[in-house]
Design a protein around this ligand. Structure first.
Ligand code: PGA
Length: 256
């Protein structure tokens, strides 16, 4: 696989990143280029979803024709619990738009046979014709989905162990301290099969991961570096998240 340079857009702040990402997604949905949308969770996505909800309410956008696939879900956290990604999606997008819940797929972290659930999920993506546009956040350790450092670039949807860094980053969602140790996640290969990828990164705590993803070695040590094996990747960062880049991108940053 040859190496590609992601298209990098550096914007002023989180609000600008969310509205730019929403504008790109809405344009693709309205034109019909995106019929299957890959979705992510996390704090970075909250303002993006708020923008999409506002566009749907203003009747500038309908998500009614879409099929969606979320990246991941915790193992053993029931969908009714507020910390589950099912609850997150209901709160931020599903309950607020015309996206059909029957076509909004999220891995079932409560499935009795998690390996079977992982294969079922891969098959559902394939049956839908593959993902047209996958939205991604990035962990401060470079993870995409819950593919932690060390994840094989050939990996597909599977059960993974969560790193201590990730469990700490997500601990606030689990006030009882019972942060899950495992998740079901699309693999790196699943993610980079999407026709187009849009990654959002906000804040100084993502700066090291963004620099490693764009300028470091392409290696499982930084799972997001796998995105350089894909020709259609756009990364939208705020200035803080771009602050550790020192290649040609740094000039773009200075001009932004
Ligand atoms: P965050 O999570 O948006 O809450 O920072 C991103 C991620 O871990 O992928």
């Amino acid at each position: 696989m040859s190496e590609h340079q992601p298209l990098l857009e550096i914007v002023a702040d989180a609000g600008a990143a969310a509205s730019r990402a929403a504008e790109i997604i809405a344009a693709r949905v309205v034109s019909g280029r995106v019929k299957v949308l890959g979705l992510a969770t996390g704090g970075t996505m909250v303002p993006l979803y708020a923008n999409l909800v506002a566009a749907v309410r203003a009747r500038r956008l309908s998500l009614g024709g879409l099929t969606s696939f979320n990246l991941d879900e915790y193992v053993g956290v029931a969908p009714r619990l507020p910390a589950s990604f099912h609850a997150y999606m209901r709160q931020h997008l599903l309950g607020e738009t015309d996206l059909d819940p029957a076509r909004a797929h999220i891995p079932d972290g409560m499935a009795p046979d998690l390996a079977a659930e992982a294969s079922r999920y891969e098959m559902a993506i394939a049956r839908a014709g593959g993902i047209d546009l996958q939205v991604l956040g990035i962990g401060s350790n470079g993870h995409i989905g819950f593919n932690e450092p060390g994840s094989d670039f050939g990996s597909r949807t599977r059960v993974v162990g969560l790193s201590e860094a990730t469990r700490r980053a997500n601990a606030a969602e689990f006030p009882d301290g019972a942060v899950p140790e495992q998740a079901l996640t699309m693999g790196i290969a699943t993610i980079i099969e999407a026709r187009e990828i849009l990654l959002l990164a906000i804040g100084a705590k993502k700066a090291g991961a963004i620099a490693a993803a764009i300028e470091g070695p392409i290696s499982p040590d930084c799972p997001a570096s796998a995105l350089r094996l894909h020709a259609q990747v756009r990364i939208i960062c705020d200035k803080a998240a771009a602050s550790k880049l020192d290649g040609p991108q740094a000039d773009i940053r200075r001009r932004a």
